[in-house]
Design a protein around this ligand. Sequence first.
Ligand SMILES: [Zn+2]
Length: 74
Amino acid sequence: MTTTAADDQLTILDRCDACGAQAYVRVVLPYGELLFCGHHANAHLEKLAAAAICVHDERSRIASDGQAQGAGEA
Ligand SMILES: [Zn+2]
């Protein structure tokens, strides 16, 4: 068994393939992998999930990373 990169935590160096923002979601597909920020994960994940081998989702970290868009949970 080899450890795949799919489980590695995303870092600030990982960038959304769509907009270049920090990536929080990695989608591993048969032909490669895609990184998405929270916004683009929300936009594309539903379509990609069917084809994905693995989805590594760290969107739960977005709120705790400071710079949360939409701070102010009741
Ligand atoms: Zn993006």
